[in-house]
Design a protein around this ligand. Structure first.
Ligand SMILES: [Zn+2]
Ligand SMILES: [Zn+2]
Length: 171
């Protein structure tokens, strides 16, 4: 039986830095899986599009997390308490929604949560430790991906080669 595998995005040749990083991380996931790492699977990211759970001295990879728990370093979901306002007066949600002039509405934080009080960003989905390169993605590699500003293809390629070198052969 022939099985057709459709891989979105990564099957398209993309030579932008983000495209190269996305493709590298996709193949890294496949490599880590071959070395026994747990991976996340899903419908839209392709077989290796979600990343693997792995960490060594050189790098860390962690798939997108869906738990939305405040104590999770990958989610750190905001739990601020807030009220809805119209002309800066507190109203119920209905009154807020019904306000036709959307420039008059607002949301006022009444109790800031620990997450927002602490400016530490969420853990990235991929980190090269030295030089520090952190990459975040939304759900699957390549989607809503955040890469460090100013990163060059050369810096990335050198650091990524060290990542590949650092993976232990399976016992
Ligand atoms: Zn989580
Ligand atoms: Zn918050």
């Amino acid at each position: 039986m022939e099985v057709k595998i459709i891989v979105p995005d990564t099957s398209i040749m993309d030579l932008s830095l983000e495209g190269v990083i996305g493709s590298n991380l996709y193949h890294l996931t496949e490599l880590l899986a071959a070395h026994g790492s747990k991976t996340n699977h899903g419908l839209f990211g392709g077989d290796w599009g979600y990343g693997a759970f792995y960490e060594n001295d050189v790098f860390m990879m962690h798939p997108y997390c869906w738990c939305e728990k405040m104590e999770c370093p990958w989610c750190r979901a905001c739990e601020c308490e807030s009220v809805y306002t119209v002309d800066d007066k507190v109203v119920d949600f209905r009154g807020w929604m019904d306000m036709q002039d959307r420039t008059r509405i607002g949301v006022r934080i009444t109790k800031q949560c620990e997450i927002c009080a602490d400016p530490k960003p969420n853990e990235p989905n991929f980190r090269i430790k030295d030089p520090l390169i952190e990459i975040h993605w939304y759900k699957y590699i390549g989607r809503g991906m955040k890469i460090p500003e100013g990163l060059t293809l050369e810096q990335w390629s050198t650091a990524f080669a060290a990542v590949i070198d650092s993976i232990e052969e399976p016992a």
